[in-house]
Design a protein. Sequence first.
Lengths: 174, 342
Amino acid sequence: MNIPEFKNLQNISRQFPNAQWLGFLPAGEGFIIPPGEYHRLCETLKHDYGFTYLSCLTATDRIAKNEFELAVHLENLDKNEIIWIKVPIDRKYAEVQTITDLWSAADYLERETYDMFGIIFRGHQNLSRILSPENETTHPLRKDFTKAHNMEYGREIMQKLIQKKKPPDLSLTC
Amino acid sequence: MITTVEGETVKKIEPVLGYLHRGFEKLGEYKLYKSGLPLTDRMDYLASIFNNHVYSLAVEKLCKIEVPLRAKYIRVLVCELDRIASHAIGIGAFLQDLGNPTPFVYMFRDREEVYELFEEICGARQLYSYIRPGGVLLDLTAGFESRTEKFCQKMDKFLEEYNDLLDNNEIFQLRTKNIGAISGEKALNYSLSGPNLRASGISKDLRKDSPCEIYDRLDFDTCTEEAGDVWSRYKVRMNEIRQSMRIIQQILGNIPGGNYLNQTPAVLTPSPGEVYTSVESPRGQLGIYMVSDGSEKPYRYKIRPPSFLAVGALNEMIKNEKIADAIAILGSIDIVLGEVDR
């Protein structure tokens, strides 16, 4: 995959003055954009610059900076280019707008990100857990979900299961 | 799949996923870069060399490791062998879903040959962990190339057998033509890739568009079909087996000598950064997004599974079809649940 054309990147950074334009190999070229303009940037890239294919949508937990970083990779299949968009989201009130109106593939990818991190996508039709069970309360891929946390949680479930078993009723002999 | 039906017709389908979720992305954060490679085998367990390949490519880009030329040739040879094996079981399982268990067993006869070839070079019949960052694990054994040549000749005859039995079979055509069609634009919107996308008329192949290793020196065709239905997906996979055999014939006899692995330290510490790479696996575009923070373990890595997005497009394909056709469509998109759930 190639990096996008230089003049297109310049135009985009002019249209979105709040976007930080950072390019570094091996990640290629892309923009860091605040959550308010994220949907508008995706729309512009899709309609005006031909990035019509959604490759990947995921998040990283930057616990040191106290934020989530949503990463979106878009591809322009005609010119064979790839561009990334990163959106820093506040860790305590993690909410961002959905892009399912632009790409239907984002449906499942956003559900997975919600399941693993707890980021709420405003406007998503069916934001429910997809890989974890429905009654799960934690978000596993966060950095403060450690192995010890998981073992404690497992221990609670085991104890509940053991308590449910009743001792055999010896008075009922045939 | 939770299906909402009206009579015999399916109105809505809701796949319920997560029964095979093993938490690989979280586990990978606790393993060193090189130690985490056998974990990736287990995601797409029917074509596991591609998971190793994409992980190794990402680690090599982050740590700036070079791969010797002999290793690149061996990697392509081994990937195409695994592509044949994966398509064999994909088509076999699809036909079994339709109610015909014989091709499933016949395809396992072919897959067994590939298993024996792999057992020679890396000791494992499945879940190879053969492609490592820096090259391949072990060199090819003596006589491997002649045995692969014999396998290709056998596979040629087997493919003609399948074509005779299946292609002109009227019942098969009635059950698969014009079923589960998806148009090219909708397939792009749902981010389908690989044979599912090529069956809808869009001719995109990562091996041609952004060739890794030595794919740019090889001569092969992109197999496309127009209709986007179950029949097209079956035909694309059958044709791709032939193209893979063509690639293997071009490589055999031309593998250069030299080193097969550039030795790297056991504990790799790349500089902070991130990478997104992808390869053309038999199911589509298998991508990896790896983030490193300068320590010896990955900070985060995410695998972009093609089967996950194919399941997302199932609702679109199965709307207004009969229940029996729903099974056929599910078999034709060739998903592996290990990859869907990770």
